[in-house]
Design a protein. Structure first.
Length: 152
């Protein structure tokens, strides 16, 4: 049995010579002509015994009710911010907590993060509620929630 040196210097046995020297492997040849590849017997099975009238019984699938988390703003569902009176109440709460924070003037070319206070020339002071990829932002103004574009 010959031994070779690997790149790392570790001796490894030459398995090719081992196969050639082995008495277990005789290398019998198979006569390819004995196989009829185009025969109709290929793929046939005992499907004649199968009874189509017997239906398989299935166990019923248990379905779970999926509850999705409702996005909240100041403890109020975001969907309720469409109503002017609720939006005003939430805006008042956020205004009280935002005193002392930096106010950024809204510009379409700017970029925004959730929690930022912005000042819009038409809508007034607002609070960034959500950044919607790729270039939209939801801002809560005193009169309601608005989606604006940015980064252009």
């Amino acid at each position: 049995m010959a031994k070779d040196r690997d790149v790392d210097g570790i001796e490894e046995e030459d398995h090719e010579e081992e196969l050639e020297e082995s008495d277990d492997f005789e290398g019998d040849e198979v006569d390819v002509a004995t196989f009829d590849i185009e025969s109709d017997d290929i793929g046939d099975s005992d499907d004649d015994d199968y009874d189509d009238s017997v239906s398989r019984s299935r166990t019923p699938v248990k379905r779970r009710t999926v509850t999705r988390a409702v996005p909240m703003v100041e403890g109020v569902p975001k969907s309720k911010l469409d109503q002017a009176d609720i939006a005003k109440t939430v805006w008042d709460r956020m205004s009280e907590r935002a005193e002392g924070l930096d106010v950024v003037t809204y510009a379409i070319s700017g970029s925004y993060q959730v929690g930022q206070v912005v000042d819009h020339k038409k809508f007034g002071r607002g609070f960034v509620i959500e950044v919607i990829p790729p270039q939209k932002v939801e801002i809560l103004f005193e009169d309601g929630l608005r989606k604006l574009v940015y980064g252009r």
